[in-house]
Design a protein around this ligand. Structure first.
Ligand SMILES: [Zn+2]
Length: 143
């Protein structure tokens, strides 16, 4: 999560909402990829931290299935990212701050653990939640 927080800081430098993500290999330690929000920086509406980190992890692994991997992100994933997480077959999603307005991993929706889907990653929430939330609060206060 500390690495994801560093990534989140990079997003803010580019004028993007500070959200950062990393993907860990099945050993739980090796960092396969990292990403931060780049919507403003690239003009791509799908350039969320999780999507970028998932894409880069797949490139690093040489295949689309991220079985056994863990995605760590500073903010609860939105519906798009929750969908991408299910599609990528990650085993675990770890997030920091909850997103009561748009979260899709337990707050507003729970797409990743929907029993109707045949792949449901484990979800661990609240890791360094205060640090993750503070970045966001500071960012929006300064605007
Ligand atoms: Zn998202």
């Amino acid at each position: 999560m500390r690495l994801a927080l560093v990534e989140a800081g990079r997003a803010a430098e580019g004028g993007d909402v500070p959200v950062g993500a990393v993907v860990l290999a099945p050993d739980g330690r090796t960092v396969l990829s990292a990403g931060h929000n780049e919507r403003e920086a690239t003009g791509d509406p799908t350039a969320h931290a999780e999507v970028l980190a998932i894409r880069r992890a797949a490139v690093a692994l040489g295949e689309w299935r991220l079985s056994g991997c863990t995605l760590v992100v500073t903010l609860e994933p939105c519906t798009m990212c929750a969908g991408a997480l299910v599609q990528s077959r990650v085993d675990r999603v770890v997030y920091g701050a909850r997103d009561d307005k748009a979260g899709a991993a337990g707050s507003l929706w729970d797409v990743v653990r929907d029993r109707r889907l045949n792949h449901r990653p484990e979800v661990i929430e609240g890791v360094l939640a205060d640090d993750c939330a503070r970045l966001l609060t500071d960012f929006f206060r300064d605007r």
